[in-house]
Design a protein around this ligand. Structure first.
Ligand SMILES: [Zn+2]
Ligand SMILES: [Zn+2]
Length: 156
């Protein structure tokens, strides 16, 4: 739970930092993604006209299998642009748990890739194309070139 005690807030930003266990995410591990780390947050809260402004960042990390090359990788997941406004709450404690959870869950990729530029596996020989060029693609292109030529001849 991430709660901000309202009675300490002023018009100057106050820092609220902490760590939540990974269960905070409420996301189960799957075959393609695990959550190995805790969830760290660093929030700033202050009174503003008509309510409370909460800004800051939240981070954790994932261990995931790349959707293209199937290699397992670990990567930090960060949302540094948290910004929520709450109309002056009636309670003493402002519970921001659900909003912060959403902020970090939205930053988790749906289809994780080791790199946006990941070339994946060769569909012909299965080689990881990030590590080496197997030449299959070139061969395929030549084959289809010859095939096009054959077809041309055939049509004549
Ligand atoms: Zn990859
Ligand atoms: Zn290949």
């Amino acid at each position: 739970m991430i709660k901000i005690p309202l009675h300490v807030l002023t018009h100057n930003a106050a820092n609220f930092e902490g760590v939540e266990p990974v269960t905070f995410l409420e996301m189960p591990d799957t075959d393609i993604m695990r959550f190995p780390a805790e969830v760290k947050y660093a929030l700033r809260a202050q009174l503003v006209d008509g309510g409370v402004l909460v800004e800051g960042r939240v981070e954790t990390s994932i261990v995931a299998q790349c959707g293209r090359c199937l290699i397992e990788f670990e990567r930090p997941i960060v949302n540094a642009e948290i910004c929520h406004f709450y109309e002056t709450p009636s309670k003493d404690m402002l519970d921001v748990t659900d909003d912060i959870r959403e902020d970090i869950v939205l930053a988790i990729p749906y289809n994780p890739l080791c790199d946006d530029e990941c070339k994946g596996l060769c569909p012909d020989c299965g080689v990881n194309l990030n590590e080496k060029d197997c030449g299959c693609q070139e061969k395929r292109r030549n084959d289809s070139l010859w095939k096009d030529l054959d077809d041309l001849k055939f049509e004549k």
